[in-house]
Design a protein around this ligand. Structure first.
Ligand code: NAP
Length: 476
């Protein structure tokens, strides 16, 4: 099937096509029209003009639109699940969770319009403020550019587009080239729900060709990007001086202390390592476990990892689907070989079949190895023993990334210490770093990015504060 792109609310076919393939068997899912320089220019022009309309939509109208998108998404849930599975290769169960979370993200964005951030300012507490009164509220900044990766083609765009609509901003959305169809379906829902069509452009196309050009254009006022650290850094340069949010990669770690519920920890870590075949920015990649329980923990973890069924993601019984491409399978095979050559051992997994890679547990891997230092983005977990919490925290922090970390312990003092000392955007106690709720402020430090998502935080990022201050002379 041929899918047109969306230019200022219109469906447009172009000569340049992107082929979308099912990662499980590389069969063709569809062909998508890609944007060229002229389409990009027209989208920018329209977004700029549309701002005059979107900025004046009243809050109730924007709330209705967001709730209507949610209702349409609920009605068409199975269509979205099927296309997400076909584009990403994630399992049907995982795709269902994504569609349901996208509805939650919409509900959270709509709720902002009932209690928008803003406050009364007590000017008269200061001597120079006597007889003054006022408040501030937030105003939309203007056209938003949203660029997203392949792994969550619905809910990651939703974290950008729903707050953009709540704020009253037009948007141009560039989905990942491997998964653009879901984004096009989302664009159509938003138009059907009543957002001004001229404010909606969904432009598939090579990020390297059109991404930086879009980000640098002065008509774009906000850039919100989720993807790799390498691309994020380029965008930070292209969009210098603009409001920019970067949600980037990680090699997330969990600590397991001797007093933890070992079975719960192993179960959560196994699931956190293989969700979406490990292709989640907060996949549980590194585990530092206190050595007194290390053998028992590893034994249990390995038995759980061996139980996962890998295979066709359309089969409801499948736990772990394929990786996104053969190239990525080859990359992780090489990294695992390098880890073994430097002294690491594979306790289970390590093999591939087509684009499937077996859930893999590695131990005794040196801290310098790629599977520890880089973002693996594969269903693997590296477990190393530590003598105490201090050593674990040092090793967690020995990373260029800092997105989420997890700690399993019953000791509140240890949990607090981890929270205080680990350099990340979130510390999850008694669960894996892979945990994210759509309501929470989410984002990282170091090479994991800047800014926070979650509808309220993204809304703040896409708006500016304007103060109202009035002088009221003393009544006679
Ligand atoms: P990617 O290669 O960085 O691509 C992400 C998006 O950027 C795609 O739409 C891509 O377009 C575009 N792009 C590529 N080069 C560009 C350029 N020079 N200028 C502007 N845009 C450009 O990432 P990916 O492989 O799709 O996704 C995996 C990465 O995303 C991982 O690092 C993962 O950790 C990260 N991620 C982070 C979060 C988070 O919330 N922190 C969530 C999910 C994923 P093309 O597809 O056309 O190349």
């Amino acid at each position: 099937m041929d899918y047109p792109l969306i230019l200022a609310g219109h469906e447009v076919h172009t000569d340049k096509k992107i082929e979308v393939r099912f990662p499980y068997d590389d069969s063709l899912v569809g062909r998508v029209s890609a944007a060229d320089g002229e389409i990009v220019e027209r989208a920018l022009q329209s977004a700029q003009e549309a701002f005059a309309r979107t900025r004046t939509l009243c809050a109730g109208h924007r709330e209705d639109i967001l709730l209507k998108v949610r209702q349409l998404l609920r009605e068409r849930e199975s269509e979205f699940v099927d296309i997400i599975v076909a584009e990403t290769g994630k399992t049907t169960r995982e795709a269902k969770v994504e569609v349901s979370r996208a509805q939650e993200t919409l509900a959270l964005a709509a709720a902002l319009l009932r209690e928008p951030p803003g406050e009364v300012i007590p000017f008269d507490v200061a001597p120079n403020g006597s007889h003054k009164w006022g408040f501030y509220k937030r105003f939309p900044l203007g056209p938003v550019l949203a660029i997203t990766p392949f792994n969550f083609p619905l809910n990651l765009p939703m974290h950008k587009i729903a707050p953009a609509i709540a704020a009253g901003n037009p948007f141009i959305f560039k989905p990942a080239s491997k998964t653009p169809i879901t984004g096009l379906m989302l664009g159509k829902l938003i138009i059907e729900a009543g957002y001004p069509p001229e404010a909606v452009s969904v432009l598939p196309g090579s990020g390297a060709e059109i991404g930086e050009k879009l980000a640098a254009d002065p008509r774009i006022k906000v850039v919100t990007f989720t993807g790799s650290s390498a691309v994020g850094k380029k965008l930070a340069v292209a969009a210098a001086g603009k409001h920019i949010a970067l949600e980037l990669g990680s090699n997330s770690a969990a600590i397991v202390l001797a007093d933890a519920d070992l079975f719960w920890a192993a179960d959560r870590i196994a699931k956190g390592a293989v969700a979406l075949a490990g292709q989640v920015c907060i996949s549980t990649q590194r585990v530092y476990v206190e050595e007194v329980i290390s053998d028992r923990f590893v034994e249990h973890l390995v038995s759980l990892m061996k139980r996962f069924r890998i295979g066709d993601p359309r089969d409801e019984m499948t736990d772990v689907g394929p990786m996104i491409s053969r190239k990525d399978v080859e990359r992780i095979k090489q990294w695992v070989s390098e880890a073994v050559a430097s002294g690491g051992q594979i306790l289970c997994g390590g093999n591939d079949r087509g684009n499937l890679f077996e859930p893999t547990v590695l131990v005794n891997v040196p801290q310098e190895a790629k599977v520890v230092q880089m973002e693996a983005f594969a269903p693997i977990v590296v477990v190393n023993p530590v003598s105490d919490l201090d050593e674990a925290i040092n090793l967690v922090n020995d990373s260029r990334y800092g997105l989420n970390a997890g700690i399993f312990t019953r000791d509140i003092t240890a949990a607090r210490k981890a929270y205080e000392e680990i350099e990340v955007g979130g510390v999850i106690v008694n669960d894996v770093p892979s945990f994210r709720a759509d309501i929470m402020p989410y984002g990282g430090v170091k090479d994991s990015g800047l800014g926070r998502e979650g509808p309220r935080y993204a809304f703040e990022h896409m708006t500016y504060i304007k103060v109202f201050c009035a002088h009221q002379p003393e009544q006679e």
